[in-house]
Design a protein around this ligand. Structure first.
Ligand SMILES: [Zn+2]
Length: 197
């Protein structure tokens, strides 16, 4: 096939989620055949995003402003924080338009298998936000997995003594289900069906 530039492009594309070697080759070919219309704008967008986008210092969302657009939005309910594992889950909830409060991105779940310990999670800033006093309820929107449940119980033990209501997204999230793979209606139902500890 083509030169080293093409091989490198295909190799990088194939590492993206959802793109195997076959679809990476198709994507690379589409880009190479339309350099002005597709490839150069993509290259500029990648460079711009890499330069501008950073994690929000308050919640961990990715945005080009810090605090992020959600944290800075005065119309948001500041008494309600929804804790998610990753930015993808936050984006899924925003897309579904089901949560009017703020978020906190944990950065994963506790996992003996994956070697995720409490100090690997973005927990201290969450506890600090709750200690500031404006937060009334923390909704734990974690995966319906053993690790998600373990993390929810552990977080509840940390949060309860601070005097907030802790609730957990319940029915509707299938066992083993990751939040960002759910459709909007299921997400909305799961958030409505949250239960307090
Ligand atoms: Zn934020």
């Amino acid at each position: 096939m083509g030169g080293p530039e093409i091989e490198r492009l295909i190799g990088l594309l194939a590492r993206l989620p959802g793109l195997g070697p076959r679809s990476a080759r198709r994507a690379a070919l589409r880009l190479l055949q339309q350099p002005e219309a597709r490839m150069l704008p993509l290259a500029v967008a990648l460079a711009d995003a890499a330069r501008a986008v950073k994690p929000c210092g308050l919640c961990g969302n990715l945005d080009s402003t810090d605090p992020c657009t959600i944290c800075a939005d005065s119309h948001r309910d500041r008494g309600l924080i929804c804790v998610v594992e990753g930015v993808g889950d936050l984006w899924a909830l925003e897309r579904a338009n089901v949560h009017r409060g703020l978020y906190h991105v944990l950065g994963g779940t506790l996992s003996a298998l994956a070697g995720m310990r409490p100090e690997d999670l973005n927990v201290a800033p969450l506890l600090a936000r709750v200690r500031e006093g404006a937060v009334q309820e923390v909704i734990l929107a974690l995966s319906a997995t053993v690790d998600g449940a373990t993390t929810a119980h552990w977080l509840t033990d940390k949060l309860k003594p601070l005097g907030v209501t802790v609730s957990r997204v319940g029915q509707g999230v299938p066992m083993g289900g990751a939040l960002d793979l759910l459709d909007d209606g299921t997400l909305a139902a799961a958030l409505r069906a949250r239960r307090s500890f």
